[in-house]
Design a protein around this ligand. Structure first.
Ligand code: PLP
Length: 385
């Protein structure tokens, strides 16, 4: 059976060029970059090259990049490292649609006495910046919002948000795990203070990420240990994966814009094809202000999990907005925050594409989805339509 992978917001295939760049560091070049001897010491140079490549992708200076183990660590480090640097301030602003890597840290801090404001989004998944202006205060230690949403692909107006926050002199963190490698980011022009990214979302391996910390940003290290990463993150470096992230960043820098045109064309055709062939479905999220690889479609009168299992049976990998928590199916809090009707939230499916998808994949997904939805609606407990 063929596999059609359309779950690239969950994770991506490692690019062959990335794997090739990594292999020497998993074989003969296994030294510790902190060693005094040349065998280990010369590996340091490859980490610095990767740092330059990651920095170039987001318009940063290499010294502003700290390698981490994943997006979650970058988010935790940004939030906890900032609030610790401002011990007198007790207020954090975030949004209702953050990934758990931000949402749950903020909720934890709320249980520790911090006041946490979760901003609302509108029906298209966009943030109300007027609302943000109203809640900023002298007590605000940090504003943390995502750049692009993992479920819907909706892109927040980060230039505007960061400008507003900067004007008040408050640190601003952007969880950009879904945005980096997919959209152009230039930190020379956008006043973001801290930015999280993750290797496995841009064709590098899992287990590596980075945190951008703008020069001059007050910050306390989260993982304390050796002097690695200029004392900002202890722990022997994951050399092969860092080199892989560097290579993936270089590829994204070179090819992102032209790939985006192709990916968007496929995504739009997928979306239109499904909307045309399947009645009672809708796309969630702003029609334009969205990542060009993502579509989140709600199929009314069917369960998202049933759709995903049926798609999986025919080799199609997609994802649901719902999270399965302790045996019960929780409807997506992102779609709920957007006011998507309950019957539509339940049947939501996210397709997220990459450079490795083809037009043939799109034909296959449309054809199979149509048949699956028809079949599931006949047996649906919500009433066949
Ligand atoms: N933030 C967002 C928006 C994400 O989509 C993800 C992962 O899906 C993360 C953070 C966490 O990244 P990682 O899987 O590298 O820990």
């Amino acid at each position: 059976m063929q596999t059609v992978y359309a779950d690239n917001n969950s994770t991506t295939e490692i690019a062959p060029e990335v794997l090739e760049a990594m292999l020497p560091f998993l074989k003969e070049s296994y030294g510790n970059p902190s060693s005094m001897h040349t065998f280990g010491g010369e590996i340091h140079h490859h980490i610095e090259e990767a740092r330059e490549r990651v920095a170039a992708l987001i318009g940063a200076e290499p010294q502003e990049i700290v390698f981490t183990s994943c997006g979650t660590e970058s988010d935790n480090t940004a939030i906890r490292g900032t609030i610790e640097a401002y011990p007198r301030k007790r207020h954090i602003i975030t949004t209702r649609v953050e990934h758990p890597a931000v949402k749950n840290v903020c909720r934890y801090l709320s249980s520790r006495g911090y006041k946490v404001t979760e901003l609302d989004v509108n029906g298209e998944g966009l943030l109300d910046v007027e609302e943000l202006k109203k809640v900023l205060s002298d007590d605000t230690a940090l504003v943390s919002t995502m750049y692009a949403n993992n479920e819907t692909g909706v892109i927040f107006p980060i230039e505007e948000i960061s400008g507003i926050v900067k004007e008040k002199g408050i640190p601003f963190h952007a969880d950009s795990v879904q945005a980096v490698g997919k959209i152009a980011i230039d930190l020379k022009k956008t006043p973001i203070d801290l930015l999280s990214l993750s290797g496995h979302k841009l064709h590098a391996p899992k287990g590596v990420g980075a945190l951008y910390i703008r020069h001059g940003t007050k910050f306390t290290p989260f993982i304390i240990g050796g002097h690695q990463e200029s004392g900002r993150r202890g722990g022997t470096e994951n050399v092969a994966s860092i080199v892989g992230l560097g290579k993936a960043s270089e590829l994204a820098c070179k090819f992102r814009d032209e790939e985006n045109v192709i990916i968007k064309k496929m995504r739009d055709r997928l979306e239109k094809g499904i909307l045309k062939q399947v009645p009672h479905c809708r796309v969630n999220g702003h029609p334009e202000k969205r990542l060009s690889n993502t579509t989140n479609i709600s199929f009314e009168y069917v369960e998202g999990e049933a759709i995903l299992l049926s798609l999986s049976e025919v080799g199609i990998c997609a994802s649901s907005g719902s999270a399965c928590t302790s045996g019960s199916l929780e409807p997506s809090y992102v779609l709920r925050a957007m006011g998507v009707p309950f019957t539509a939230i339940n049947g939501s499916v996210r397709f997220s594409l990459s450079r490795y998808n083809s037009e043939k994949d799109i034909d296959y997904i449309i054809a199979r989805t149509k048949v699956i939805i028809e079949r599931l609606r006949v047996i649906s407990p919500f009433g066949a339509k």
